[in-house]
Design a protein. Structure first.
Lengths: 593, 258
């Protein structure tokens, strides 16, 4: 036998196995850091619980219990008469069409933008530093995109409703603008994650940008780009469900009307339709994306690992894609071109189904109104009184997002750990029943958008940031526990099996192996979720559940556009800040994802 | 622990069984080497002996009890009396070495130990780990994540973990495969001394025939899933070794060269 000492190739330069320190301290070097970080997080949690007026006792006060009982008593049976169902069907078609149209248009606009901002296709950067004008142009374009995606879809839609009146177009515009920002950034990131030598080689041999794009970048990245776009469609559909809350058409509008009328059987039917729609989108998107997996990446896990390097919320999208593996039924039914035609027809049908309200948009009066509107925004209100209030609102928003995410992470990790050990045990009937109940709960929790949870919770917990926090908490438990479960399932099993084979207790062994392996990925997911929740928290005010959105909604309804502009500035700063903090923490402390 | 097998067979769905009618008995505090060419069933036998794998046919008796007739909880308690150090390094990559070694104590220590060590191990435990690592010459890596170690260092950490375990039987599956000859000699001698000092039974599969002869008392030769010989280490002759490796001479030569 030859003695081969396998060296780990990617160990950090300062920790090479060959050059150990002379003597080693027996004091745990990480202890102080751990104590600091955990007490810091705990303190932050306490502060944010206070800041979001967290008070579960409210839920059990006699008042709220009785109003909840009034509303939820009549939940069952859901309303199912033909008239109502037909209305719901039409609303669903509108919702799906809005999402599809917005995504497709955003894809078309984002593609050239992504090509423009990626440094991979820079000619001036070959063999030297990029020239200043090129760098400035790319940087400012990135800045614009950052602005576009920092304002949540719903806020854009709200502003467009102000210009063009109620209707689907405002919703489409809202989704479109944010999606352009998100898609262009992530397209560029996908392009940059590919092998640099492939594009570089063509550029160095004197090919132009177009040829390089067509012969290197596109063949290299197309599956990932398409896969990400489909994932984005799924996300857009989730958002488009709530667009109706601001009068931008679709299912949300129906829900708003039903809740206002306290018609709980209708509310229940609509929520069922939500869950159905989101599950359907999930299934369609997974089935389409599974086929985009390149033939070279043999298993779902490999494809997953290959894409995880790309960072951003791409990691989450691949995780979700890899989760449901091995069920490619559609492929066996239809050949590839058949599916392509099907998708094309569906997209065209969506364009057809949308009420474009063109005459309303092109009317001279709406041009005048838009001008008035835009002029109203400048300059934003800078009065100290407003900004003091906005600062309070911003802190409230931050508290809601942090408290919701932290509590959800704790509950989610407990749930997924429990599920993991139950599956490990190859459990009996009771445990299996328990596990499938949890699965059902996960699906319901994550298919209903945060804003809808907030609307329902207002009935119980009243107006205020506590309701918003609770809504963020519920939706996040669903999403995080699913991601956590998948992450635990994807870890290397050998260490766990060895611990178990040596007689370690079943409840503890995964803590010492699987959980240990997965922890930085789990933290990453929580950070993504926090980013997402901060975005969502800025919107909670629209339904009265606290945060900076409340001020914005109020000012918009009384046409104080300069004050609205100040609110938008606060939202952009908050979202951009969260983006950067989360990005920094993920790359500094959880570099594996 | 006294371990006894009677007519043990293991098949993994292939035509040829991994183990074919293996009957042997290993007494308390015995130190046994398993040798044989690759694919002869050494790892499978160790997994059967350590109750990690139920035999397809035949029976296993640990202290005159058939573990596979026990309820799962009792089986798990029985497993906590022995430790299997598997061939492929099965330490969680991102765990620090100190904790990886302490995980050997997980079956026998309390819940409190399990939880507090995850946060930061106690001073006494760190001293214990450091002592073991020093004997294997990897003490300087105490606080490093396992993934930053080389294959040989990892293997020594795995041996330290086996030595940390509070058990009466140790099974080691090629614990020396990634070590260079001088290290291999030293580590095996440390392991054997530790086992005798703690009155532990030791069963160890090895590729290095000369090391098996030098450090262990008894040698079992496995060929094609069956026991070819089972004798005291002193009685092992070159002819027997040649017989064992017939058709696999290259492996033996590579070993000698190393």
């Amino acid at each position: 036998m030859t003695c081969t000492v396998a060296m780990k190739p990617n160990s950090k330069p300062n920790s090479k196995p060959d050059t150990p320190p002379a003597s080693v301290s027996l004091r745990d070097p990480d202890r102080a850091g751990r104590v600091w970080v955990s007490s810091g997080v705990l303190l932050l949690l306490l502060v944010s619980l206070a800041g979001s007026q967290f008070n579960p006792a409210v839920l059990f006060a006699p008042d709220s219990l009785s109003s909840a009982a009034d509303f939820f008593d009549t939940f069952w049976p859901p309303r199912t008469d033909v008239d109502f169902l037909q209305r719901l069907f039409e609303a669903s078609v509108v919702t799906v069409s809005i999402a599809t149209v917005a995504t497709v248009l955003a894809m078309i606009v984002a593609t050239p933008l992504a090509i423009a901002i990626t440094s991979r296709l820079s000619l001036s950067a070959r063999g030297r530093a990029m020239k200043t004008p090129a760098r400035l142009a790319r940087g400012s374009l990135r800045g614009v995109l950052l602005f576009l995606r920092s304002v949540p879809e719903l806020i854009w839609a709200l502003l467009f409703v102000g210009v063009t009146g109620l209707g689907a177009t405002a919703g489409i515009m809202g989704l479109l603008i944010t999606n352009i920002g998100i898609l262009a950034k992530n397209y560029a990131e996908i392009i940059e994650s590919g092998e640099a030598a492939v594009t570089g080689h063509l550029l160095d041999n004197g090919n132009g940008r177009c040829k390089t794009l067509l012969h290197a970048t596109v063949p290299q990245c197309l599956p990932e780009l398409l896969s990400y776009s489909i994932y984005r469609w799924e996300c857009t559909l989730r958002t488009s469900v709530v667009l109706g809350f601001v009068g931008a058409g679709g299912l949300g509008q129906e829900l708003l009307i039903s809740i206002r009328q306290l018609a709980s059987p209708e509310v229940f039917s609509i929520i069922l339709v939500f869950v159905l729609l989101v599950c359907l989108a999930d299934a369609i998107s997974n089935s389409l994306r599974r086929q985009l997996r390149p033939a070279t990446a043999g298993s779902a896990a490999e494809w997953n690992v290959a894409l995880r390097a790309e960072g951003a919320d791409i990691a989450v999208h691949t995780e979700a894609a890899a989760g449901n593996r091995g069920r490619g039924k559609l492929r066996t039914v239809l050949p590839r071109w058949g599916q392509l035609c099907l998708v094309l027809v569906a997209v065209l049908a969506c364009f057809q189904a949308v009420d474009w309200q063109l005459e309303q948009w092109l009317r001279p009066s709406s041009f005048a109104r838009s001008r008035e509107f835009i002029q109203g925004f400048f300059p934003p209100d800078l009065s100290a009184g407003l900004w003091r209030r906005l600062l309070g609102d911003a802190l409230e928003t931050l508290s809601m997002a942090f408290a919701g995410t932290a509590l959800a992470s704790l509950v989610a990790i407990a749930l997924s750990y429990l599920l993991f050990t139950v599956n490990l045990r190859g459990a009996g009937l009771f445990m299996r029943f328990f596990a499938s109940t949890l699965h059902l709960l996960q699906i319901v929790l994550r298919s209903v958008p945060e804003l809808v949870w907030a609307m329902l919770l207002i009935i119980v917990a009243g107006i205020g940031p506590f309701t918003g926090t609770l809504a963020l908490f519920l939706a996040s438990v669903g999403v995080l526990s699913r991601l956590y479960s998948e992450c635990l399932d994807n870890q290397d099993e050998a260490p766990l099996e060895n611990l178990l084979a040596n007689g370690s207790p079943l409840a503890l062994a995964p803590m010492w192996s699987t959980l240990m392996q997965a922890r930085s990925q789990l933290i990453s997911y929580s950070l993504y979720r926090w980013e997402h929740n901060l975005r969502a928290a800025t919107l909670m005010g629209i339904v009265g559940a606290g945060g900076v959105g409340q001020e914005l909604y109020l000012r918009l309804s009384v046409f104080q556009f300069d004050k609205v502009a100040a609110c938008v500035v606060v939202i952009v700063v908050l979202v951009a800040l969260a983006d950067n903090i989360s990005h920094f923490l993920r790359h500094r402390y959880a570099p594996t994802v | 622990m006294k371990v006894q097998t009677t007519g043990v067979c293991v098949t993994f769905g292939e035509a040829t069984p991994a183990l074919n009618d293996v009957s042997l008995s290993i007494g308390e505090q015995e130190q046994v080497a398993l040798i044989g060419p690759s694919g002869s069933g050494k790892s499978t036998l160790l997994r059967v002996l350590s109750m990690a794998l139920a035999p397809s046919a035949g029976s296993l008796l640990c202290d005159d009890v058939d573990p596979w007739q026990l309820r799962t909880a009792r089986l798990q308690r029985l497993r906590s009396r022995m430790h299997l150090c598997p061939q492929t390094s099965s330490l969680p990559a991102r765990q620090r070495v100190a904790l990886a070694v302490l995980s050997g104590l997980l079956p026998t220590r309390s819940l409190l130990f399990a939880l507090r060590s995850l946060v930061s191990p106690s001073r006494a435990d760190v001293n214990l780990v450091h002592g073991l690592l020093t004997r294997l010459d990897v003490d300087q890596h105490l606080w490093r994540p396992v993934e930053t170690l080389s294959g040989g260092q990892r293997q020594r950490v795995a041996i330290a973990r086996a030595m940390a375990a509070e058990v009466d039987t140790l099974f080691a599956d090629e614990p020396l495969s990634a070590l260079d000859p001088s290290n291999a000699d030293a580590c095996l001698s440390t392991l054997c001394q530790h086992a005798s000092a703690h009155r532990q039974t030791l069963v160890c599969s090895l590729h290095q025939v000369d090391l098996a002869r030098k450090h262990l008392q008894r040698v079992i030769g496995l060929r094609q899933g069956a026991v070819l010989f089972d004798c005291a280490a002193a009685e092992l002759s070159d002819a027997m070794v040649d017989d064992l490796y017939r058709g696999h001479e290259a492996e033996l030569e590579a070993e000698l060269e190393a």
